[in-house]
Design a protein around this ligand. Sequence first.
Ligand code: KPL
Length: 297
Amino acid sequence: MEIVVFGAGSLGSLIGGLLAREHRVTFVARDPHATEVRESGLRVGGAFDFRVHPSATGDERELRANCAIVTVKAFQTETAGRQLATGEFDAVLSLQNGMGNEDVLADYLDCPILAGTASYGAVLTEPGTVECTGVGEIALGAREGGDSETARTIGEAFTTAGIETEIADDMPRRLWEKLAVNAGINPVTALSRVENGTVLSGDASEIAATAARETARVARADGVELTDEDTVSAVETVASATVSNVSSMHQDVEAGRKTEIEAINGYVVARGERYGVETPVNRTLSGLVKTWERTNG
Ligand code: KPL
């Protein structure tokens, strides 16, 4: 299968690298990463140890493939949609943090748009090298839920490449669960500059669990069946599988970059307001990260 990874940062490079063991993969990435991958290939380390040679380009326009996997930051989704619309794809899969990315892509693209979640830990340690700091799994399916032939085809391509992949008919619920995991882990690890495993105990655990429970309450108000217990246990499962990972928001803060706080905790707060659900911990975490962004980001 021909696959474009649109936004090959940490997670995109890891998933693209795993897929490149079996498929023809093109990375759309920034320099110097794109040049390094083009010239010397991509080294996948950490839980894996191999080198692959995907194509790599910095040119986002007029791309063609069976599938484009979108792994850009949530706040770059609209630009990605506009750029992908200049190319041709049989399907586009969003593997991003935050909610509503698939709807934004669907505004620009005619092909089926799939939703996906990834629980891998990944860090781009230097141009051309990605470390897998937690082997997770992928779930993908129709963005509105239900059965999808396209999802089965793309899922098979992932499975053939050795990536544990579940075809899910309840993606809206899974996206809310993933949002709760990110709402708990990401700001806590970014503000305290700690690895994911830290949220498994002490004050960090209580703060992350409360942020996740608030998210589940908002999800239920939105009509999605998500219990507090399942949500808190999802936070624990992901934190355990990615103990030594530096979360994406922690990586952003370390690098002085804009974070996805608006698409994660900010989204929970805004949705909560719409339904009259109080979200004090998400509001506090969001306010603190935004304060950091205003002065440092
Ligand atoms: O999605 C992640 C992220 O860092 O954004 C997790 C799964 C929490 C891994 O760190």
